[in-house]
Each structure stands twice: as structure tokens, then as C-alpha cells.
Write a protein that binds this ligand. Structure first.
Ligand code: NAD
Length: 429
């Protein structure tokens, strides 16, 4: 039986619940999304026709604060995916102890088919459609797959027009000139980088002897490949939606990034170049990349990349999940049996939401931080929570994923109970 993405995501919750002592109320609470909104967004196309695009926003849980989460533009976006991503955001924000709940949004569209003006009308139309569902104290947007700073700027501007007041804190990942934070664009990869460095130190591995393969060469994947290569890791394979490249001696990551950026097309704002056009390498498929004999594998594209069908062929020793949900629960069990150490998404890619939180704090205080301040605070938060999760895994003899969920569940359970009435009814006084 094929499980929906959300059913599979919920399995991680069920598994972690065996290890924590939280109330039945809290458990019930976390099984269901608080609110889901489906909209149809009308867009006047450049040829004069009118087209409607399906859009979604899910606020999964707001016990610990306003919901927070990205907006994805992709042809595969649907409510099940958005709800799963909002569920993961809930746990991610709790793992990092951010004063947020989890949310997510998306539009079912291939943005590469739109002109830049069509894309702007679509983005503003999305905000028109969900304006009553979001807000700086309610639900805060951010970038995700195929959305970026420019789109976040349009969204913030549209919201401000609707509310007739400048509202920078409703969207994070904005251009710096519109109140964006320094370091937000690189934050997801930077957060992952800090933990990879910390963990490789713990495991006594040196960058020069460590090979890396990265699936997905976008904001998160391209940046992590560059950060790792810069300190000496041998990045031997990278890929994007059109395929991958492999070079045993290591790839020249800065020139691949430069190539992808310089081949930016005039249509919309998406890079038209592909990593496959770079010379001196072997062409490989995305499926080949996942099963390469490397030390570190970094999925940084989409969900469900490592499943029961290919988990047995994975040869990497460590997997750092920069993407959300790249490994299914069935694959988790196989990887664990093979002794592969998986560092879970709700910790590894949490640098993005952490600097989004910093951006929100800066917007609300009106006081802006230097890049050094942002990165110092990010490093302190990421490495402290990673250490905590590592200790839970060691003490309880469980996987790092389970340990991350346990860590989050303890915080979520406490917050839900603090708001609830259960004690009043069950107390003997
Ligand atoms: P992006 O749009 O910048 O990049 C996505 C990359 O994946 C592109 O290079 C694209 O070509 C590639 N890709 C698409 N389909 C693919 C496929 N089938 N196989 C291989 N590559 C494919 O997106 P991003 O922001 O880097 O997000 C990547 C992942 O990281 C997503 O899972 C996202 O949810 C997660 N994430 C992003 C952020 C953030 O701040 N941007 C934060 C946390 C998690």
C-alpha cells in the first residue's frame, strides 16, 4: 500500500511517542492540522487569457507561537504535501526552540513556464487570496523550492498594500533593502554546514578524506556544496532537475555555481543552465547520484528520494537531510540496519527558519544585525540543539531522527498542556 506523504510523516510521530511521557491531549492535538486553506488564483497571462492556479496554505499548530513556513512553487504541489511540510515545520521550530508553530504554503505551477510579469501577478494574487489567513502575529511566509528573495519582496509589498501599512514581519527571506536579514539566503546551508563540521569532528573525520554527493543544486544544495568544498571536502557529485555530474577527483563547485548563475535566462527568474553543461565530468542520473560510494550524501531537492526501492543500494556512510522529507519511513528502517547514520531534516535544514526568526525579530525591533552577528547566533543555536539531540540518541539508544522528534515533542507537549484544561478536570482538589 502506498502511504500519503502525511501518513508517512505521521509515522515518525507515532514512533517518538513511545519514548516520551506527554499527555493524551497533546498527542491528539498534534495529529491534526489547525487550519487548511485551498484557493484558486486568477492570473491574467501575457497573451490576454485568464488562467487559474491552485494554491494552499496550512497552519499546522500554533501552540508555541505564530505559524511559520515557506511557500513552494512546483507542478507537484498539493494539499497532502503542504500539510506534511507544515507538520515538519511544527517539529523543526520546536527542535530549535523558536517561538513559532508550523505552517507551509504552495502553488501548483511550473514557474519556469511563466514570464517574470506573470510570476509577479501570480505571487501577488496568492497573497490577495490568503491575506486573511496570514499576518506577522498569525502566520509568516518564507522562501522554499522555486521561490526566492524577489518573490518574497512582492509578497510583502502586496500584503502591505492590502493592510495599508508597511508589514515587513509578515514575510521573511525578503531582499535586504526591504528589511531582509543579512545571511538569510545562505542560512539553510550554513546551518547544515555548522552541524556537519561539528559531527565530523565528533566522528574524527577530516574534510580532505571525506567525499560528498549533493542532490539538488539550488539555494540550499548549491550553497552547502560550496561551503563544504571551501573547507576541503571533496564534492564529487552534484545534480539538478535535469541530471547530475560526477568527477572522482572532485568538482570545481564555484565555477559550477557561476555557470548556473550566468546562464540565467530572461524568461522569469529561473536559472536556465544545468549542471550537466559543465565540462570534465561523467554524466549521471539523479538515481545514480544517490547510490554513489561516498562518505556523505546530501539530499537537497524534494521528498521521497530514498525509499524502500533504493535504500538497500545506498552506500554513503552519513546522510544529512537538507531537503524536507527525502527519506521515507520504510527506507529509514533499512538504512538503520545498514548502519548508515541519518541526520534528520527537522534539525539539519533548520538554519533557514532560524535566520527567518532573526529577520522577524529585526523587523519588529527595527534594529539590524551584522552578518557576523547573524552567523554567530545561528551557529550557537544549531550546534547546541544538535548536541542535545546527539545525547538523547545515545542515552535512549535510538536514531537521531527519533531523538529529534523526542526533543521536539517534549517542548510541544509542555506548551500544549500549559494551555489546556486537563489538569483542572483530572486534579483531585
Ligand atoms: P531551490 O528551488 O533553490 O532548489 C531546488 C533544486 O532542486 C534545484 O537545483 C532543482 O533543479 C533541483 N531539483 C528539482 N527537482 C529535482 C529532482 N527531481 N532531482 C534532483 N534535483 C531536483 O530550492 P531550495 O530552497 O534549495 O530547497 C531545496 C530543499 O530544501 C527543499 O526540500 C526545501 O523544502 C528545503 N529547505 C529549503 C529552505 C530554504 O530556506 N530555502 C529551508 C529549509 C528547507
Amino acid at each position: 500500500m502506498v502511504l500519503s506523504l502525511f501518513d508517512d510523516a505521521s509515522k515518525r510521530l507515532a514512533q517518538a511517542l513511545k519514548f516520551v511521557n506527554i499527555s493524551d491531549d497533546a498527542i491528539e492535538h498534534l495529529k491534526y492540522p489547525k487550519a487548511s486553506l485551498s484557493v484558486s488564483i486568477p492570473v491574467r497571462m501575457d497573451d490576454g487569457s485568464l488562467k487559474f492556479f491552485p494554491g494552499y496554505r496550512v497552519r499546522y499548530d500554533d501552540t508555541r507561537g505564530p505559524t511559520k513556513g515557506g511557500v513552494r512553487y512546483h507542478p507537484g504541489v498539493n494539499l497532502d504535501e503542504v500539510q506534511s511540510l507544515a507538520f515538519w515545520m511544527t517539529f523543526k521550530c520546536a527542535v530549535l526552540n523558536l517561538p513559532y508553530g508550523g505552517g507551509k504554503g504552495g502553488i501548483t505551477v511550473n514557474p519556469k513556464d511563466l514570464s517574470r510579469l506573470e510570476l509577479e501577478r501570480l505571487s501577488r494574487g496568492y497573497v490577495d487570496a490568503i491575506a486573511d489567513f496570514i499576518g506577522p502575529n498569525v502566520d509568516i511566509l518564507a522562501p522554499d523550492v522555486y521561490t526566492n528573495q524577489m518573490i518574497m519582496g512582492w509578497m510583502m509589498d502586496q500584503y502591505s498594500i492590502i493592510k495599508r501599512q508597511i508589514s515587513p514581519a509578515v514575510v521573511t527571506g525578503k531582499p535586504v533593502t526591504m528589511g531582509g536579514s543579512l545571511g538569510r539566503e545562505t542560512a539553510t546551508a550554513m546551518g547544515a554546514f555548522f552541524i556537519i563540521e561539528q559531527m565530523m569532528g565528533k566522528l574524527d573525520r577530516h574534510p580532505q578524506e571525506t567525499t560528498v554527493a549533493v542532490q539538488g543544486f539550488g539555494n540550499a544544495g548549491g550553497t552547502i556544496a560550496e561551503l563544504l568544498a571551501k573547507v576541503g571536502y571533496k564534492v564529487v557529485a552534484v545534480s539538478d532537475s535535469q541530471g547530475g555530474i560526477y568527477a572522482k577527483q572532485g568538482l570545481d563547485i564555484p565555477s559550477i555555481r557561476q555557470y548556473k548563475n550566468s546562464s540565467r535566462g530572461i524568461q522569469a527568474i529561473y536559472c536556465q543552465g544545468t549542471v550537466c553543461n559543465i565540462v570534465e565530468h561523467e554524466l549521471i542520473t539523479n538515481a545514480d547520484l544517490l547510490t554513489l560510494d561516498v562518505d556523505i550524501l546530501i539530499p537537497a531537492a524534494l521528498e521521497n528520494q530514498i525509499t524502500a526501492a533504493n535504500a538497500n543500494q545506498i552506500q554513503a556512510r552519513y546522510i544529512f537531510e537538507v531537503a524536507n522529507g527525502p527519506i521515507t519511513s520504510a527506507a529509514d528502517a533499512i538504512l538503520e540496519q545498514k548502519g548508515i547514520l541519518v541526520f534528520p531534516d527537522i534539525l539539519i535544514n533548520a538554519g533557514g527558519v532560524t535566520v527567518s526568526y532573526f529577520e522577524w525579530v529585526q523587523n519588529r525591533s527595527g534594529l539590524y544585525w551584522t552578518l557576523e552577528e547573524v552567523n554567530q547566533r545561528l551557529k550557537a543555536k544549531m550546534t547546541a540543539e544538535a548536541n542535545h539531540i546527539w545525547s538523547i540518541a545515545q542515552e535512549m539508544g535510538t536514531s537521531l531522527r527519533n531523538a529529534a522528534y523526542i526533543h521536539a515533542l517534549n517542548r510541544l507537549g509542555e506548551a500544549i498542556d500549559a494551555k489546556g484544561t486537563r489538569d483542572y478536570y483530572t486534579s483531585s482538589h
